[in-house]
Design a protein. Sequence first.
Lengths: 179, 133
Amino acid sequence: MNFLSNLASATEEPQGDLLSALGIDWQLLILQIVAFLILVWLLGKFVYPWLMKSVDERQKNIEDAAKAAKKAQESAADSEAETADLLKQARKDAAEIVATAKLEASNIATESEARAKSTAEKIVADAHAQIGKDIDKARRELHDETLELIALATEKIVRKKLDTKADAGLIAEALQEAK
Amino acid sequence: MARKISRRSLALYVATHLASGKPQKEIALQLGAYLVSTRRTKELDSIIRDIQFYLADHGHIAGSITSAHELSASTMKAIESFAKDKTGAKHVSFDRSIDESLIGGVKIEIPGYELDSTVARQLTILKTRYKKA
């Protein structure tokens, strides 16, 4: 009710009184506008550039970080691929090394076996030869001992049996043969 | 002092006289005396060899016989005949010796020829010729 009465009375009063009626002090309003403009100017002059600079730096840092992250990601991917290649190459090399080692081991084993076989055969051949020599030597010794025994036995028998008469006959026979 | 006579002259002298039938003992004494007086006894072996050589030229040979038993006259005769046949000599003389280690048979040594038919020699041949070691 009070508001309606104030509005009715305002419609009846001049324009300058309207601001007053609205409770606005135009002097204060101007002052506030001037103060606002000064504030805007101060902000535009001192705060806003610093703030924008800071924001730009921040944005730049973020972008740099993003780039670095992307680069790191790419590098990681490259590294992963390279690692995979290295692992693949390493596995291939390892497989070749193992195969070569197996082949060499097999060759060494074969050579060792052949050498051992050759050595064994040589030992057996030497043993056979030595046995043969020993047998021959034993045979010769037996032969010679038999000869010695025969000669000894003959000597003993002849000494007993050969008297002067038989000796004369022996001499006559030898002379006859020597003629 | 007596003139030095060569060894060959001495041997020829001795051989000639032995072949002519002079006593062996007398000639041996002369030779021995000469060698002693001329201090040439060391040449005796050589002189005897030379004497044998010259005697052989005269048909006289000297040899040696070694046997295990005493040899009978018939055996000696057979040996002398054998030596004459082998050398062509007219006279043969032997030095005889007994060696029981020969067991049996005879060993005859005459200049240029040797016959060893002893049993010991045969046994030695048996042992050495057929020995393998």
